[in-house]
Write a protein that binds this ligand. Sequence first.
Ligand SMILES: Nc1ncnc2c1ncn2[C@@H]1O[C@H](COP(=O)(O)OP(=O)(O)OP(=O)(O)O)[C@@H](O)[C@H]1O
Ligand SMILES: [Mg+2]
Length: 368
Amino acid sequence: MNNQPIIRFEQVTKKYDREATVLDQVSFEIERGKFYTLLGPSGCGKTTILRLIAGFVEPTEGNIYFNDKLMNHIPANERQVNTVFQDYALFPHLNVFENVAFGLRIKKLSKAAIREKVLEALRFVNLAGYENREIKEMSGGQRQRVAIARAIVNEPEVILLDEPLSALDLKLRTEMQYELRELQRRLGITFIFVTHDQEEALAMSDEIFVLDNGKIQQSGTPTDIYDEPINRFVADFIGESNIIKGTMVRDFVVHFADKEFECVDQGLNDNETIDVVIRPEDLEITSVEKGKLQVRVDSQLFRGVHYEICCYDQEGNEWLVHSTKKATVDSEIGLYFEPEAIHVMRLGETEEEFDRRLEAYDEVSHAD
Ligand SMILES: Nc1ncnc2c1ncn2[C@@H]1O[C@H](COP(=O)(O)OP(=O)(O)OP(=O)(O)O)[C@@H](O)[C@H]1O
Ligand SMILES: [Mg+2]
């Protein structure tokens, strides 16, 4: 098994015109056979990364490697990559079979080989028997599968999917999430999937890159990113969070909501201003006396599995709590949480900066 990254971005900067920097020295590695997701708000550069990988645009600065070979100026048709576009970009005048066969015909494969490969690809996406259907007679989910069949039939090393599920209704979308994930496992091809839907990213990915402001804010497994968000942006973008301004008193002690709390964080400056994150499900409702925080219940909503309870502390900070217990609106309650539930984040720090800080901190500790 070949363990070298299949794609590598080295300090890639992209400007479409002279002014705006869309990507700012972005570096990352894509390993073979994994499911990657690019996640971020509209306009953050997700599609631009896919275009750079596919070879539809070139980097302004920096290098892109495929299997350690420099690809900056290699044209799109010479890359082992196929793209599934957001609108699927199927050919409306061709039937299902011909849509999937298109790339193979360009490669001038024999009629028999084309037939065999197309039927196999259609079987793979559960569309056996649909060969002669017109595209306009296919549903949204079926069209999406035709688009995927058209990509996999070429046996690329990488498939790029640009928000392929965004046009589907919620139920079909959830079904297709399972199908896509399953398909990726069976094929063993590297998938790079784009979405701005955080739940979709968490559900599907081996690894997520969270993008904002032209930079990768954080990369990691869904649990890494959910449990240890690196900054306010990531914490806010991934799941619901309580994000409160605070101060790092010293290692393992943090101050917020007018109190000091034990935490597990270290390596920041004493008295540094920081952001604190506590997930709503990590807050437990207790009596006023047993709580580490005392709050007043402002409102609550039943969300099916849990209650979503909105509270305020004396300083006016809002605290969102997910609890299977019901609370009483306007009552005083306590909130309990473990030291591990507190995540301390340096203001606006990106993952790269975080890694450098930890390295520096380790060096200092080892020198003692
Ligand atoms: N061809 C272009 N010329 C000039 N600017 C462009 C071009 N394509 C994209 N941009 C700009 O680059 C930025 C990133 O665009 P991109 O399409 O990569 O965003 P995105 O993350 O895919 O957004 P969305 O979620 O809305 O699809 C945007 O500000 C966009 O306006
Ligand atoms: Mg886009």
